[in-house]
Write a protein that binds this ligand. Structure first.
Ligand code: PEP
Ligand code: MG
Length: 587
């Protein structure tokens, strides 16, 4: 399999989703294609128009197929969006203008398409209506397809992904990652950009697909079809490994499978420490299809359902009915176990898939999560109505993301109440009231946790963001990924403050950030007193194993000593050494 003739290349990145994988590289290039700009001789004009026509016909066929697929899987209203793209291919404003530029300005078809697209987008820019302004991205989408077809490039990658592919890309949108991971054909992911808590990493973990992110120039250094071995635990990528290296990877894969099987044997036992402290271990999901994996790993409920993922790989938001069906499906599948559904966390790095969102200068600090919802009320209301209607089908809790202050919580709650009243008046069955909590994921919320606990029914700590904002490090930026330290004293102090505020107010406190599922932090979280930890399915058995072997009193001692130290490195070294001493090597 490996080619001894080709030298092995070793790349170091960030281990984003544990496990090892071996497969052939599939290079996914979602970057905008660089448009060639050529002047034509007179004799080249007619052939260029023919080339344009061929590309238009091909685009038309592709869109017809896509429309059929989407109509089948998502319903006719989505098929209509693709139909609108098809119509653009026949629109004289587009086609005639491109042909005019080819003939009169004697420029190549790719360049002409880009110029016409720019002009059309500009027209949309000046339309006051937001819906029509958004159509700019449709122009871009269609133009990109035509240009790729002119250049003979692959257009709809999802169709052509081979089995056991290691997908290599400069960057991947959460929608792309989810779509590919769902296809069941991906052995692993390698991306140039990204950090451990970028959503690409989260989706990969949710699917138990090994991933290395922040791997420098991997997408340039790896060629299509190269044999790639990746270690998503250590952040290592070997391109064209030697026979010996390959044998080691296969051995590690075998050991991982064995460890997983052992951990699963204890999946139905409670996560209770040796001195009787019980923690509820629940799961994080992005899509309803992940539930079977959660249940088979022993999840006692869902602690975080990231509903925004339903919005990402499509052009228009899901309707109230579609959302209702998805929430109902999740609640019913969990059969009375608690399910915490988070309202939309759009914005930041999660912008609706194929529509290009207007770029914010600093998206992490911008209009995301609850801010986005409060600024887009109708979108928010549609979700709240769907949730209220679905709540009768199971044991639902709901929470708002990125709450920074009490006013936001009150405003979001009053929007929920308004929707409840509206539905009640219309005679819609609503069932009993459910708990409404907040995600504590900003330093601001952590500092006023005592006040927020008076009006929130529960807390769920989102450490991915809490750490990002506390330590001022962009979770997407690999240059500062080394500063991402869950055991930084400031983070530990924040967590302590949040838990103690929740306990004083008598409300439950959970953690659903990535810190919750990393075995290395299990004793710290046991000591802090979290009632619930929410993680991806594959992490549950290991964390449960650790809690069952440990005593809370011992964990509290450990934490107390750790918090006397000062630097994040000292604390981490101490915790790692102690964890190894107590538990031996973890998977
Ligand atoms: C978090 O911030 O820790 C969290 C769970 O939310 P997300 O990763 O979706 O931002
Ligand atoms: Mg968050």
């Amino acid at each position: 399999m490996s080619s001894q003739a080709t030298p092995t290349l070793s790349l170091k990145g960030i281990g984003a989703s544990p496990g090892v994988a071996v497969g052939h590289a599939y290079i996914l290039d979602r970057k905008r294609v660089r448009t060639p700009k050529l002047r034509l001789a007179e004799a080249e004009v007619d052939p260029e128009r023919m080339r344009m026509k061929t590309a238009l016909d091909l685009s038309d066929r592709q869109l017809s197929e896509l429309k059929e697929q989407i109509t089948r899987s998502e319903g006719p209203e989505h098929g209509l969006i693709i139909e609108a793209h098809r119509l653009m291919l026949h629109d004289p404003m587009f086609v005639d203008e491109v042909n005019r530029l080819i003939v009169e300005d004697r420029i190549n078809a790719e360049w002409a398409v880009r110029r016409v697209a720019r002009k059309l987008k500009h027209l949309f820019d000046n339309i006051p209506d937001e819906y029509f302004r958004e159509r700019r991205s449709d122009v871009e989408y269609v133009a990109d397809r035509v240009v790729r077809n002119l250049m003979g490039q692959v257009v709809d990658e999802e169709v052509s992904l081979p089995d056991h592919a290691v997908v290599v890309a400069h960057d991947l949108s959460p929608a792309d990652t989810a779509m590919m991971a769902r296809s069941g054909r991906v052995a692993g992911f390698v991306t140039d950009l990204g950090g451990q808590t970028s959503h690409t990493a989260i989706v990969a973990r949710a699917r138990s697909t090994p991933a290395v992110v922040g791997a420098g120039r991997a997408s340039e250094q790896i060629s299509p079809g190269d044999l790639v071995a990746l270690d998503g635990t250590r952040g290592l990528v070997l391109v064209n490994p030697t026979e010996d290296q390959l044998a080691l990877f296969h051995e590690t894969m075998r050991r991982h499978a064995e460890m997983e099987a052992r951990a699963l044997e204890a999946k139905d036992l409670p996560a209770q420490s040796t001195d009787g402290f019980r923690i509820r271990l629940v799961g994080n999901i992005e899509f309803p299809e992940e539930i079977s994996s959660l249940l088979s790993h022993g999840a006692e409920g869902i602690g975080l359902y990231r509903t925004e993922f339903m919005f990402l790989d499509r052009k228009s938001p899901p309707t109230e009915e579609e959302q209702y069906r998805a929430y109902r499906q999740v609640l019913e599948a969990m059969g009375g176990r608690p399910v915490t559904i988070r309202t939309l966390d759009l914005g930041g790095d999660k912008v609706p898939g194929k529509t290009k969102h207007e770029k914010e200068p600093n998206p992490a600090m911008g209009l995301r999560a609850i801010r986005y919802c409060l600024a887009n009320r109708e979108l928010f209301r549609v979700q709240l109505r769907a949730l209220l209607r679905a709540s009768v089908h199971g044991n639902m809790r709901m929470m708002f993301p990125l709450i920074c202050g009490m006013s936001e919580l009150r405003e979001a709650r009053s929007e929920l109440e308004a929707c409840r009243t509206e539905l009640g008046r219309a005679g819609v069955p609503l069932g009993k009231r459910f708990q409404v909590g907040i995600m504590v994921e900003t330093p601001s919320a952590a500092l006023i946790a005592d006040r927020l606990a008076q009006e929130a029914d529960f807390f769920s700590v989102g450490t991915n963001d809490l750490i990002q904002y506390s330590l001022a490090i962009d979770r997407q930026n690999r240059d500062v990924a080394y500063l991402y330290k869950p055991l930084h004293l400031s983070v530990l102090r924040s967590l302590k403050n949040i838990v103690s505020a929740a306990k004083s107010a008598g409300i439950p406190v959970a953690m659903c950030g990535e810190m919750a599922g990393d075995p290395i932090y299990a004793l710290v979280l046991l000591a802090l007193g979290f009632d619930e930890l929410s993680m991806t399915a594959g992490q549950i058995p290991t964390v449960k194993g650790i809690i069952r072997e440990s005593s809370r009193a011992d964990a509290e001692q450990l934490l107390e000593t750790a918090m006397e130290l000062t630097t994040a490195e000292e604390i981490e070294r101490f915790i790692r050494t102690e964890m190894d001493r107590r538990l031996g090597e973890q998977p």
